[in-house]
Design a binder for this molecule. Sequence first.
Ligand code: FES
Ligand SMILES: [Fe+2]
Length: 421
Amino acid sequence: MNPEEARRIGTGIEYESGRTEPPDDFPHLQDIPGGRYVDPGFHALERDRLWRRTWLYAIHDDEVPAAGNFIRWDRAGDPLFFLRGTDNKVRCFYNTCRHRGAPVLMEPQGKVRRAFSCKYHGWTYDMEGHLVGVRDRRDFVGLDESCRSLIEVRCESLGGWYFINLDPEAGPLADSLGPTWDHLLEFRPEQLRLIDKEAFTLNCNVKVLLDAFLEVYHLNSIHRKTVDRFLDHRGSFITLWQGGHSRMVTPNRREGWTDPGVAGLPEIPGVDPIYATTNVSLNVYPNLVTPVSPAGMPFLCFWPVDLATMVIEVHWFAPTWGDGARPAIWETRLDNFRHILDEDLQFAEEIQKSVESSGFRGMPLNYQERRIYHWHAELDRRIGQDRLAPDLRVPDVLQAHVDSWTTARGSVRPADRQPTV
Ligand code: FES
Ligand SMILES: [Fe+2]
């Protein structure tokens, strides 16, 4: 982080801690309509115009460590798989045979050698997805194998973190991630390891739970015995960025406090000290939330399954500790985090029942919950408000409080970067 930005955050925290009301120019926020969580038409628009057209974090380099390693992946709805080719490049394909659509890879993950065959009628593909073998070739008339490669999905890496986009026309990942790309790069991703990954299914709309991870207003109730003991939510400094991304920097309650849960863990070298004295949580729009830390961080990914079902995935990354087994302190750290996560998940399914009932009339958000409003306003921008019924819209009243950023950021643009694999 550049020193000027760190100073701006420090000044912002002082301001937030001392204020007695929102800034003068902060607007009234209209209630978030409950229909956005329960309306099938809204859900379909959200799927088609957000989820199918945005960059989404999927897997880490460690999940396909060597040429031939593959992993199936369907969090975005469509059946996909990642495969590291003989050229060491990681590609993402539809797991859809070009003959009649059977899956070409059956196991959740594994390794293929040189080529692999569909189990239905034996069409064979090489490691770059080209169709290289057709059983009973003599019986096809006018089949052009060169046009029947597996369909590739846009896949780009940020230091070994692979993102996909179902939209073949999407712009580059870095241009989409904007300032969050720079933040993530500070943590030297190419030196991080994936050390844990788990997923939980909940019976609620994906936004019910996502909302909870965009504010710290709830610390003093559901995290009273955990996070609230060391973080001061009243000093939280928020930055909203164009594109729906946002950052929330929450100061430690006491100067000089260090997290005993990370004592002794190796740290990512060269990271700005501000990450040790505060909790910096990023929302990489739409569904990646990460509280970044010099001692490693989780990626929380929120996935819609259907209108009222979702999955939260937790991917943990740690700076390398050299050879040998994972340091034992990680067991405690992961357990502590699961405990905090349980606190966060406790109301989601009940809230879903409420928003489905006649007793729900919308959500009034306050100044410190404005990241949620920003998230929803961006969703409307992506869907296009003219496609939404008036009673489902979230008017774009926060523009004056949203920071812009430029995509012409020189060396961090992927076109200028060395491939990381
Ligand atoms: S569906 Fe794959 S070979 Fe027929
Ligand atoms: Fe929480």
